[in-house]
Ligand binder design. Structure first.
Ligand SMILES: [Zn+2]
Length: 376
């Protein structure tokens, strides 16, 4: 009998219910964003606090430089996140995937169990690695086989021997070394993850960054996962919204206003991935912390373009291979600070898709699809 493995134990897939496929309950992004401060020496510390007058400024991208916004320490944080999970539950939410893998862990694993118990929301935690640049000491200098063994120990005995077991695998492609090939360490993790998925039928997720990755490179990674034996149904490529527009930054969009007014909207890269039989997720809905990213170079598309891409793919019949989420990444994503928290998909996104004639497909993308993908 297949099960979905939550931090509180195994449950039957049909008990999972409404599930956001890519979220963070407690993520520590500070090792990743620490360097960004040096690009903006004119920004003063007092501009990076959570006082209300600064919210808009922080939401424009400054969140990534504000330690207070990303601080997940202390009992207050646990209370805060339980409240966010309760807000999610109030709009029908029942489960989510916690994607804060090695390199970006925000809390001890036991706290995820507490958050789940106190909120009544099931949490499925992933084992895997974020970018090479934040790889913890335990994994440094390790080969593909050694990484695979370390991940398997977590799967069999629980994370760090806690008995709290992961429910999916995750690999990350953060970019290209020499502008050409993926970072060797990230490729090792990807191959280890794909091999475990192949051997155990365990679901695997892949984090993408576009740019610098292109649709062709991503298709190559998907083909490699399948070549390594992974069942395409157990493979999910995240952050598909970043493939909706061509990989140009803000300066290019401003410099070429005519082209910008005819958005270079494309679902072709998505179709090519979906035609391999794999899954993709659109997972930045309502995320005010990362949308219009004025201060950074990231190419984050607007929520309306993201929704348009989902709609176009539904019209083509791909409803069985798409999942949704918010990628809740810091306090500014939260209801408590004027954001949508984990509520934008169950409310606005499902309502819009319903008005477009896809109510059943919307329901399927947040219930049946995650349950089938996560069951192993
Ligand atoms: Zn994420």
């Amino acid at each position: 009998m297949k099960k979905v493995r939550t931090v509180c134990g195994d449950i039957a897939p049909e008990r999972l219910g409404t599930t956001m496929i890519h979220e963070h309950v407690a993520i520590n992004l500070s090792p990743v964003t620490a360097g960004s401060r040096t690009f903006f020496p004119q920004i003063k510390d007092e501009q990076l606090t959570l006082e209300n007058r600064n919210l808009k400024f922080l939401q424009s991208g400054a969140w990534s430089m504000a330690p207070e916004v990303m601080d997940t320490s202390g009992d207050d944080y646990l209370k805060f996140i339980v409240n966010e999970l309760k807000e999610y539950k109030a709009v029908g939410g029942e489960a989510l995937c916690e994607c804060s893998v090695y390199g970006i862990l925000g809390r001890p694993y036991e706290d995820l169990v507490r958050a789940s118990e106190e909120s009544g929301v099931n949490i499925v935690y992933g084992v895997g690695m974020y970018r090479d640049s934040v790889r913890p000491a335990k994994f440094q200098g390790k080969s593909e086989d050694e990484i695979k063994t370390l991940f398997e120990a977590d799967i069999d005995n629980g994370f760090e021997e806690t008995g709290i077991k992961p429910g999916f695998l995750k690999a990350t492609f953060s970019g290209l070394a020499d502008g050409r090939l993926p970072f060797p360490g990230e490729m090792d993790v990807f191959r280890a993850v794909a091999r475990i998925s192949a051997e155990r039928g365990m679901p695997m997720m892949v984090h993408l960054e576009v740019p610098p990755l292109s649709g062709d490179q991503i298709l190559g990674f998907a083909e490699l996962a399948i070549a390594l034996g992974a069942d395409p149904k157990k493979v999910l490529f995240c952050h598909a919204q970043s493939l909706v527009t061509s990989p140009d930054g803000r300066p290019e969009m401003i410099a070429d206003v005519i082209k910008s007014h005819q958005p270079r909207f494309s679902i072709e890269p998505h179709q090519r991935l979906l035609d391999l039989g794999i899954n993709i997720s659109f997972d930045s809905f309502g995320n005010q912390a990362v949308q219009p990213f004025e201060l950074g170079g990231a190419n984050v598309v607007s929520e309306y373009l993201e929704l348009s891409a989902v709609y176009e793919l539904l019209k083509l019949g791909y409803e069985g291979q798409i999942m949704l989420g918010h990628d809740f990444c810091c306090k500014l994503s939260a209801k408590a600070y004027g954001g949508y928290g984990y509520t934008r998909v169950p409310t606005f996104v499902c309502d819009m898709l319903g008005q477009l004639g896809f109510a059943d497909a919307a329901h399927r993308m947040i219930t049946t699809n995650p349950a089938e993908f996560l069951a192993f």
